[in-house]
Design a protein around this ligand. Structure first.
Ligand code: F6P
Length: 546
């Protein structure tokens, strides 16, 4: 918190003093239909409804003032200008250039980013189409039936989410599978029913040093060789990386190495060659539509005034929930089966970006940062953890997402899905009073003593916040736009909290320790350098080994 924002945080606290005892029922009653108009914002066919958040006009104005005072516009311009805003790694942050057009004018090291991006994009999309139409085959001339993307974190979560999300656009492309976990069961399970001869392996790793990915890639290479001679197996391997020396050392031919650059963070890399698995699944043309959806949101974020800017508004609502209402988690719940892995993807994007407790200047942050992001698709979630969201002791804000049009021919089911999407935000916001419960039970002829015993259990306090996002159709374009909405939301929040959203030092220590511990799992290894807990557990594991 810099001096210049202190008064804005104080103003927000004042807003909460005013609003904390006001029920959403009253906020709606006061403004009737106006509240939707006042607290919703659209961009093309996408509308975000904030009216079920516990805010009023004054709070919204103070949130917008906080964004300005925190330098959101300056930071946004610095990102688009290619400044090295990733200060701990001295890197530009230019994932927007991956989906940009030449005319957008992104510059890296004084040269147009398009000079790098366009040829590499054309290369990997051509490769995807060549594999799909059988122009590129295995060494024996057979078409690839399957693809395994081996990667982890940002080299896995975006691709797996997008491939699942866009399964309607697969056509006769290969089946795309994903292996990420160092647990050998993952590769074993995925490869079990596949034919090595017709499986293309993509080794996806920005650094090409990630132990999970390299170990799985070596095992996959050995698996290919169970069916193919050494030289023939090479044709079944491709790499997606910024580390071209390491891909060469691994033995992957340069013609099948698709690069990107250190100014693309792993969790922001699905538009780079890391998205090759997506392109293999949906084809180059659909992949370009996916990119143009991102670009539409990039342009909106860059140019829309703060009070009409969807990522900014979404971020500010998040600040209100996290820092003013003190809510530690957010449930991200797409009412869309195709978005099965969307929450897991945003979870990494958000928590790895803003899960920081030190500011850019190296001081301790003064405000809580990234909330825990979690969730699964509705309506499944309604039948597992919604009980707690409705009646638990913690307030859990929810982001709901729905497409107006179905992704399946089962129209009636989409109607039910939509009804449930609407019902949940309503139930959360307005709840059900004790008097309503009492009247309903009495009408059913339930004896008064039974009614009174059950009223506390059947009452919904309501006043639980949610934001709803709706748009027309689930397509590559709309998925790209939705992802970019959350990317820029995370960016804005990082700026307000004053943290670097683009490093991830917090994951390093565990990696180093695992490397040190690995040899200690050998029989008779010296465990004396370990603390009692690890020593005790290793002894326990060794005793249990069969
Ligand atoms: O461990 C975290 C992380 O560095 C992520 O940020 C990244 O997406 C993932 O590992 C995979 O890294 P790489 O693509 O270099 O293998």
């Amino acid at each position: 918190m810099t001096k210049s924002t202190e008064s804005h945080w104080d103003a927000l606290q004042g807003d909460w003093n005013r609003l904390s005892n006001v029920h959403l029922r009253d906020l709606f009653d006061k403004s009737s239909d106006d509240r939707f108009t006042q607290f919703s914002q659209s961009m093309d066919d996408m509308t975000i409804d904030f009216s079920c958040e516990r805010i009023d006009r004054g709070a919204m104005e103070n949130l917008l003032a906080l964004a300005s005072a925190s330098g959101v516009e300056t930071a946004r311009n610095a990102m688009y200008n290619g400044d090295a805003i990733n200060n701990t790694e001295d890197r530009e942050v230019l994932h927007v250039a991956l989906r940009g057009e030449r005319g957008d004018g992104y510059v890296v090291d004084g040269a147009p980013a398009a000079d790098l991006v366009e040829p590499e994009r054309d290369r990997f999309l051509k490769f995807a189409d060549d594999v799909r139409d059988g122009t590129y085959t295995n060494a024996a001339g057979a078409r690839f039936t399957d693809v395994i993307n081996i990667g982890i974190g940002g080299s896995d979560l975006g691709p797996v989410m997008a491939v699942r999300a866009l399964s309607d656009f697969k056509g006769d492309g290969p089946n795309v599978h994903f292996v990420s976990n160092i647990d050998g069961a993952h590769l074993t399970d995925v490869s079990r029913d596949l034919n090595p001869a017709t499986t293309l392996i993509l080794v996806a790793s920005k650094t090409f040093t990630t132990i999970e990915t390299i170990t799985n890639a070596q095992a996959a290479k050995a698996w290919l060789k169970t069916e193919l001679s050494g030289a023939d197996a090479d044709a079944n391997l491709a790499a997606l990386s910024t580390n071209l020396d390491a891909t060469a050392d691994f033995g992957i031919d340069a013609s099948r190495v698709f690069g990107f650059w250190d100014w693309v963070g792993g969790r922001y890399s699905v538009c780079s060659s890391i998205g090759l698995s997506v392109a293999l699944s949906i084809g180059g043309e659909n992949f370009r539509a996916f990119l143009s959806g991102f670009r539409a949101m990039d342009q909106h974020f860059k140019t829309a005034p703060l009070d009409e800017n969807l990522p900014v508004l979404l971020a500010l609502i998040g600040i209100w929930r996290r820092n003013v209402m003190d809510c530690p988690t957010v449930a991200l719940l797409p009412y869309n089966q195709r978005l099965e892995f969307f929450s897991a993807y945003v979870q990494q994007m958000d928590m790895e970006s803003n899960g920081k407790s030190v500011t850019n200047a190296g001081d301790l942050v003064k405000h809580a940062t990234a909330p825990t992001i979690w969730g699964t698709p509705g309506t499944n979630s309604q039948h597992s953890y919604f009980q707690m969201i409705h009646q638990g002791t913690d307030i859990i804000p929810v982001d709901f997402i729905l497409c107006a049009n179905p992704s399946s021919p089962l129209d009636y089911q989409h109607k039910l899905l939509t009804a449930n999407f609407l019902a949940q935000s309503q139930a959360l916001a307005f709840g059900k009073t004790g008097d309503e419960v009492r009247a309903e039970m009495t009408d059913k002829g339930i004896p008064a003593d039974e009614v009174e015993a059950l009223v506390p259990h059947r009452t919904f306090a309501g006043n639980r916040p949610s934001t709803s996002i709706v748009y027309a159709d689930h397509t590559p374009y709309s998925l790209g736009r939705l992802i970019a909405l959350y990317e820029h939301k995370v960016f804005v929040q990082g700026v307000i909290w004053g943290v670097n959203s683009f490093d991830q030092w917090g994951v390093e220590l565990g990696k180093v320790l695992a490397r040190d511990i690995e040899p200690m799992l050998d029989e008779g290894a010296d465990l004396s350098t370990l603390r009692a807990s690890s020593r005790g557990l290793i002894n326990c594991i060794n005793a249990l080994k069969s």
